[in-house]
Design a protein. Structure first.
Length: 173
């Protein structure tokens, strides 16, 4: 059964399910397909899951290698209310998260990436221009792509949790 979302109109909090996908070839090669960030020494995953849990929601964690096929398959197969992909948004040849996910978007949420970069600018200066944080809608589910650093994961999950109920309300209207 799919989780419910935070109803911005009714002010009623219910459980939402979030799939958290960590894209990291080096971590995957070292630890394999683990089910917890603790098993993979994954600080970014821990930050994201702690915030989701503190908001009273459920989550599933998945560690995958970078690459178009594994990331795209994880998004397509997800039955969660929301999907967060952390990692693989950089500029190296292995960073393919956006190349995997952007073609799936029926609608984009450009404001997420814009706000993420604006807030990053305040923290890291002009290096913020390197981020490819993005979000969009795939089959009625918001999908967020975050950089893999713990600071970026923290910034991203805080932005997401602040507005996820409102986003889901509009998607489901």
């Amino acid at each position: 059964m799919r989780g419910k979302y935070f109803s911005a109109l009714a002010g009623e909090k219910t459980i939402m399910i979030v799939d958290v996908v960590i894209a990291s070839t080096s971590r995957f090669q070292r630890y394999g397909p683990v089910q917890s960030p603790n098993e993979a020494d994954d600080l970014s995953g821990k930050v994201i899951l702690e915030k989701i849990k503190s908001c009273g929601h459920e989550y599933r964690y998945m560690l995958l290698p970078d690459g178009i096929d594994p990331i795209r398959e994880a998004v397509v197969r997800s039955r969660a209310d929301t999907i967060i992909v952390c990692g693989g948004t950089g500029l190296t040849h292995l960073d393919l998260t956006l190349e995997a996910i952007e073609p799936l978007f029926e609608k984009r949420l450009p404001g997420f990436g814009e706000i993420f970069r604006w807030r990053s600018l305040q923290e890291v200066g002009t290096r913020a221009m390197l981020t490819r944080a993005e979000a969009g809608i795939h089959h009625g589910k918001p999908v967020f792509c975050l950089p893999g650093s713990p600071n970026a994961a923290s910034l991203g999950i805080n932005l997401i949790m602040a507005e996820i109920g409102h986003i889901l309300k509009h998607i489901r209207e």
